[in-house]
Write a protein that binds this ligand. Structure first.
Ligand code: NAG
Ligand code: NAG
Ligand code: NAG
Ligand code: NAG
Length: 428
């Protein structure tokens, strides 16, 4: 049985990669031949309390829970000074050097629309763009490819903290003005990077469109937006002769990969890839309660699901930990499902020893983090184009940090040379 599944996965994996490989575009990276291995630079241009508590604590204001309120509840000049310091220190050229030394070939850079445009009533503070341009220079110097991903669309496409603006109902999907502004922004990004595909080969046009629960209007709007945006990415001048080599990345809207069967297929559409985020192992009680061993088995099993994806697929977000214990993950001052401090959750166990300072982690936990990391990487590389892990740097939630994983040994110095190459054997 295991053998049969493997064979099928390899067969379908080849099929799924075909559209990208046979297209007549010159991508800035040999996608499908070489695996994408990378990290997110989350928390740099779209700030999150989860990633940098100090930036939020410094405001001394409990109403500050995201980037919007960061600008809203303090003097804009104070906010701006605080952010300038953050942008210039959180990620530097040295990080790009270290990312290269860790054997990685991509960085995922989340960006909000407000780095480019501010609209009346916006509370956001601007000034990110010069740092993004530095990142492009550093990436070129260290031969790292950038996937630039729109995390914050005007009005917010999900109401999540990582869109910059926490909202019960996202303001993007039912507001044509916001959608039009987003289209204009994508055109601008395409103009900026179409001649730099050797450094910025991928533009993620909309991250995690979702909600509110029980509705699907965001998915409907996002689907239309993806279709409409394709031409803007591929033919910015409206001419076949001027087509770009940029890859357009669409997020699966948490529908899973199969949902997108028949979507934006070649030969009409080329250079389209699907982005999926695999965190299911922590955000439902059923999964949160699983043993370390069950988590590892599930990670391996993802390979066969990914291999049948209708579009070449990147696992753009995932992590080595299996709990939501990290302080601030669910929101500033919001608790975790795992220890029952999240409203309405059922306690699985204590978060002690599972989060925070890596020097407090037991050998057993570090072994799990390492095995789980490797099982995921093996599953993703077998079934998909590759992966970018969330997140390169964390101020104090070490179980989510690629850097800490390298330092404490649960992530190998060379991502192709792990300690448990057979961890998925018998589990595919
Ligand atoms: C923080 O805010 C509280 C309540 O508004 C205030 O009493 C306190 O002095 C502030 N601390 C600093 C360091 O500004
Ligand atoms: C659309 O969103 C903008 C702000 O993003 C807001 O000013 C405007 O009122 C919204 N329009 C509608 C019809 O809701
Ligand atoms: C949204 O839900 C409606 C009603 O169930 C359905 O007809 C429609 O196909 C759904 N749209 C999408 C994009 O899934
Ligand atoms: C990964 O596996 C989980 C659990 O079986 C499933 O919910 C999820 O949809 C899978 N995702 C992908 C992309 O394979």
């Amino acid at each position: 049985m295991g053998r049969l599944v493997c064979t099928l996965a390899t067969f379908f994996g080849t099929l799924a990669l075909l559209p990208l490989v046979v297209s007549h575009l010159n991508y800035g990276f040999p996608y499908g031949k070489e695996k994408v291995r990378g990290v997110s630079l989350g928390g740099w241009f779209v700030i999150e309390d989860f990633i940098t508590h100090s930036l939020f604590d410094k405001t001394n204001d409990t109403r500050v829970v995201d980037e919007w309120t960061f600008g809203q509840y303090q003097d804009k000049a104070v906010a701006r000074a605080s952010l300038e310091k953050h942008w210039s220190t959180f990620i530097t050229k040295d990080d790009f050097k270290k990312i290269r030394e860790a054997g990685l070939n991509h960085v995922r850079i989340p960006i909000g629309y407000w780095a480019f445009d501010l609209y009346p009533g916006d509370e956001f503070v601007q000034g990110q763009l010069p740092y993004l341009l530095k990142a492009v220079d550093w990436a070129r110097e260290y031969d790292i490819k950038i996937m630039l991903v729109l995390y914050g669309a005007p009005g917010s496409q999900n109401g999540f903290i990582n869109s910059g603006h926490t909202l019960n109902a996202p303001g993007w999907p039912q507001n044509q003005t916001n959608i039009d502004h987003t289209t204009a922004l994508i055109k601008r990004l395409v103009a900026m990077f179409k001649d730099k595909v050797d450094v910025v080969p991928i533009i993620g046009v909309l991250n995690e469109p979702l909600g509110p629960e029980g509705t699907n209007y965001t998915l409907t709007a996002a689907t239309k937006f993806y279709i409409d945006t394709y031409d803007k990415v591929r033919y910015p001048n409206g001419k076949e002769s001027d087509k770009t080599n940029l890859i357009m990345m669409t997020h699966d809207g948490f529908m899973g990969v199969d949902y997108w069967a028949g979507f934006l297929q070649p030969p009409k559409y080329q250079g389209v890839i699907l982005d999926t985020h695999i965190y299911y192992q922590m955000f439902t009680h059923e999964y949160a309660a699983m043993s370390f061993d069950q988590h590892i088995t599930n990670a391996c099993k993802n390979a066969s699901i990914l291999a049948t994806s209708p579009l070449p697929t990147i696992i753009g977000e995932w992590t080595a930990t299996a709990t939501d214990c990290g302080k601030g993950l669910n929101g500033r001052y919001v608790g975790a499902m795992y220890d029952g401090t999240f409203p309405g959750s059922v306690r699985v166990g204590s978060c002690d020893g599972l989060t925070g300072d890596a020097s407090t982690f037991s050998e057993e936990y570090k072994t799990f983090l390492g095995q789980y990391w490797e099982a995921q990487v093996q599953g993703f590389e077998r079934g998909g184009l590759g992966w970018t892990m969330w997140n390169w740097k964390m101020e104090d939630v070490d179980e989510w940090s690629y850097q800490k994983g390298l330092e404490y040994g649960w992530i190998p110095q060379d991502p192709t040379k792990g300690r448990w190459p057979k961890i998925c054997e018998g589990r595919w």
